[in-house]
Each structure stands twice: as structure tokens, then as C-alpha cells.
Design a protein around this ligand. Structure first.
Ligand code: UD1
Length: 427
């Protein structure tokens, strides 16, 4: 298995292009199931998860064609066409590797009247149940059966019908499944306490481009007027706010000066606010966010929350940064119960972090020291890369397949701004 080797201590300076958003791409791809016409997605990031999702859709009968992108380009254009679905089953082998596979449930059910998807099971950052996804589909008239590790959803005679969905907690994934199912349901669906993440807005805009009628986009109350059919569309995936936030941390932690090109600051208010509280300078110019820092960063207290709060997907990266701040920071993770897997690895590099329940107390140290460390999940991996960029000596990060799920050509982007980072085969 590949490893990433980083020699720390380089100040990062230059421009980093921001890719299309992984979390948006993974909910736009299943929209192809909703129509027999072509859906063309632009600015798709080149990521293992995007490829994996393409393969899952192929198994369901969706053709996928990648157009014109040269190997040196970031982003790709993919045209998906589900002229005729050949299967309505998402098998265990696919879902196991990629949790986002659960997002085929809603659109498949809406289009085919029936969908069977393997239960995703637990995962490294907590239990991650799907009960809210299922309740939402039941509110649209679906019958749900759980058997042998699979969930089977069956639409009533005549198809799904509009309903009232109230989420007791904000769920990004459940809101996405509810939206993709309700756009083809008969009549009106109200989704209360919907997630408001920019990726949900991206999904709504793509669905509208396909002919869906959705009111309240960007708010916690979505009203969907079901259509008999949707049509094809061309849609550009939004920039990845978590990738941009991660590289903003890389600039700040190395005392660097970096332009995040193509990022959208409007989607990143909570992230940029905390960066500035920590003492970094942030300047926004059109679609470029400039982040720089000098000297030691200040401690900050952070609590993760659904959008527009501070994203759980940035908690690990900020922890790496605050491990070197001048004082004590307290981080509280309110979304997932087990999202501190990076703490023991950061501790191996000299960080002083104590976890009690959902909170982590981070006492800033003067320096981190390079060490062999292991990636445990996608964002945790990035926190180790950030620590490695600033640590004394060499850091070896193993299990980097996690990174390949979510960061397009990470080493290339960091090398271009001066990092000493390379990928090697482990043998
Ligand atoms: C979550 C994050 C999202 C992030 C993604 C990957 C939030 C609100 N969601 O999205 O920003 O990009 O992880 O790290 O920040 N829940 C249930 N039952 C369900 C579904 C969810 O109890 O059926 C709970 C979860 O356990 C969790 C909370 O709801 O505590 C939010 O989960 P959800 O938003 O659904 O997770 P993802 O869609 O994976």
C-alpha cells in the first residue's frame, strides 16, 4: 500500500486550485437515476469515491461517459444516462466500500418503484444509522423491509406520493434521499428541519435544472411539487469547501501565504471566521480566497454543528492546527460520537490532546515531531498531513487510500506551493 512521506518545515506559498466538491458530486451522480435523458456533470473531482459511485450506477444500468478532460486537467465532465434501469439492487460489496451508496435508495425507488440497498453498517466515525432516510421514504408511502443486511423499499401502486417529512435532527444524507425521492412523487412534499448545507443547495439546483419544482432552497423548510418526469441537464459541481478549508489550514499552520483559487467564501463563513479568530489573515477576492499567517496562532474554542455552523468535516484539520497554538483550545464534536481517531496519531507527533466524551482539550505545544502515523478516515488523514507539513523531520502517513477518497491529487497541489511531500509504494 502507498504511503505519503512529508518532510516538515516548508512555508507554503502560491496558488492551489480548488476541485469540485466530493460531497456534492456524490449526491449529484445518483440524480442520473431520475430521468431517461442524459445528465452531464461538469467539474467532477477525480476521486476514488466518484469512480466507485460511477461503477455502482453502471451496475444499475446507467451508462457513464467521461468527456474530453486531459490527464493534466483538474476536474472532469461526465455524462450519465439511465435510459433503462437494469437492476434496482445496490449490493453489499459496493455499499461497504462507500457509504454514500445509500443515496441511490431515494432516486431508485422514485424511478423504478422499488429499490434494494445493502445496509451501510457502522463506520470509523460512529454508528451512522439510516433510520431517518427510511422514515422519510415511508412518509412518501414506501413500504420498507429489512432483511439479511439489506433494506428493500417498495413504492405504493401508482408510485410515491407527496407527504410531510419532519426530521428530528438535521441529516444531510436523509435530506438528500428525501429530495431525490419526492421530486417524482405525486403532489406536494414538505421537508421540515431539512439540512441547509451548500451541498444540499447544489443538489436542489441540479434537480431544478432537471425540471423539478422546489421552494425554500437553502432554508430548513423545503417544499417539493412532484413532477411526472424529469429531463436531462448539464450542471457544474460546486467548489469543495472542505478541501479549500483544509488547504487554508495548511497555509496557516506553515505560516504561509496561499491563494485558494476557485473557492467560494460564501459557503465557508464559519471556517474562515475561526481561522481569523486564530490569527490568520483571510482576504476574499472574487473566486480566490487568500490565507496567510505569521507567528504562532491563537487558541480557539470550536463546536461542530450543522450548516451554517462549523462543519464536522473540518474538526480534525483545525485540531492539528490548534495543537501548535499559543494556549488551550476546546473542540466539541456534536455530530458524530467517535470522530477523534486522529487524536492518538497526533499525540504520537507530540500533540497534547485530552478527549473527554465529546470534547477534546488541545494544549498548544511548541513543536510537533515527524513520526510514522496511520490514517483512519478521510478528514483524520488530512489532519496528519497538516501536522506533517510543520513537524520537525519526516512524517510517514500510511493507509492513504482514505485521502484518495476525498482529496484530488493532494501531493501535486501541495508540492506546487512548496511542500516537501511525495507518495511512495510501501515495498
Ligand atoms: C455528515 C455531516 C456532513 C458531512 C458528512 C461526512 C452534518 C449535519 N452532516 O453527513 O456535514 O459532510 O457527515 O463526514 O454535519 N442520523 C441519524 N439517523 C439517520 C441519519 C443520521 O440518527 O438516518 C444522525 C447521525 O448519526 C449524525 C447526524 O444525524 O449524528 C447527522 O448525520 P448525517 O448528516 O445524516 O450524516 P451524513 O449525511 O453522513
Amino acid at each position: 500500500m502507498d504511503k505519503i512521506i512529508i518532510k516538515g518545515g516548508r512555508r507554503l506559498e502560491g496558488r492551489i486550485p480548488i476541485s469540485g466538491a466530493k460531497n456534492s458530486a456524490l449526491t449529484l451522480l445518483p440524480c442520473a437515476l431520475l430521468t431517461d435523458e442524459p445528465l452531464t456533470l461538469r467539474n467532477l473531482p477525480r476521486l476514488a469515491d466518484v469512480d466507485g459511485f460511477g461503477h455502482l450506477l453502471n451496475q444499475l444500468g446507467v451508462s457513464t461517459m467521461i468527456e474530453g478532460a486531459r490527464p493534466e486537467d483538474f476536474g472532469r465532465v461526465m455524462t450519465l444516462r439511465a435510459s433503462r434501469l437494469t437492476s434496482n439492487v445496490a449490493p453489499y460489496d459496493m455499499v461497504r466500500k462507500m457509504r454514500a451508496s445509500i443515496l441511490v435508495l431515494g432516486p431508485l425507488l422514485a424511478r423504478a418503484g422499488e429499490a434494494t440497498v445493502s445496509l451501510p453498517g457502522g463506520c470509523a466515525i460512529g454508528n451512522r444509522p439510516i433510520d431517518l432516510h427510511l422514515k422519510a421514504l415511508e412518509a412518501l408511502g414506501a413500504e420498507i423491509e429489512l432483511t439479511a443486511g439489506y433494506v428493500r423499499a417498495i413504492a405504493p401502486q401508482g408510485g410515491l406520493r407527496g407527504g410531510h417529512i419532519h426530521f428530528p435532527v438535521v441529516s444531510v444524507g436523509a435530506t438528500e434521499n428525501a429530495l431525490m425521492a419526492s421530486v417524482l412523487a405525486k403532489g406536494e412534499t414538505v421537508i421540515d428541519n431539512a439540512a441547509r448545507e451548500p451541498e444540499i443547495v447544489d443538489l436542489c439546483r441540479c434537480l431544478v435544472a432537471m425540471g423539478a419544482h422546489i421552494e425554500g432552497i437553502g432554508s430548513e423548510k423545503l417544499i417539493v411539487h412532484g413532477r411526472d418526469r424529469l429531463h436531462g441537464a448539464t450542471y457544474r459541481v460546486m467548489p469543495d469547501r472542505i478541501e479549500a478549508g483544509s488547504y487554508a489550514c495548511a497555509a496557516a499552520i506553515t505560516g504561509g501565504s496561499v491563494d485558494l483559487v476557485g473557492a467560494n467564501a460564501d459557503d465557508m463563513t464559519a471556517i474562515l471566521d475561526v481561522l481569523m479568530q486564530a490569527g490568520a489573515t483571510v482576504e476574499v477576492r472574487k473566486d480566490v480566497i487568500h490565507v496567510s499567517a505569521t507567528g504562532r496562532l491563537k487558541p480557539v474554542n470550536i463546536s461542530t454543528a450543522p450548516y451554517p455552523g462549523f462543519p464536522t468535516d473540518m474538526q480534525a484539520q483545525f485540531m492539528a492546527m490548534l495543537a501548535l497554538a499559543d494556549g488551550v483550545s476546546v473542540l466539541t464534536e456534536t455530530i458524530f460520537e467517535n470522530r477523534y481517531m486522529h487524536v492518538p496519531e497526533l499525540a504520537r507527533m507530540g500533540a497534547d490532546i485530552q478527549v473527554t466524551g465529546r470534547s477534546a482539550v488541545v494544549r498548544g505545544v511548541d513543536k510537533l515531531v515527524g513520526a510514522p502515523v496511520m490514517a483512519t478516515d478521510l478528514r483524520a488523514s488530512m489532519s496528519l498531513i497538516l501536522a506533517g507539513l510543520v513537524a520537525d523531520g519526516e512524517t510517514q502517513v500510511s493507509r492513504i487510500y482514505h485521502l484518495d477518497r476525498g482529496y484530488e491529487r493532494l501531493e501535486e497541489k501541495l508540492q506546487a506551493v512548496g511542500a516537501d511531500i511525495e507518495r511512495i509504494g510501501s515495498d
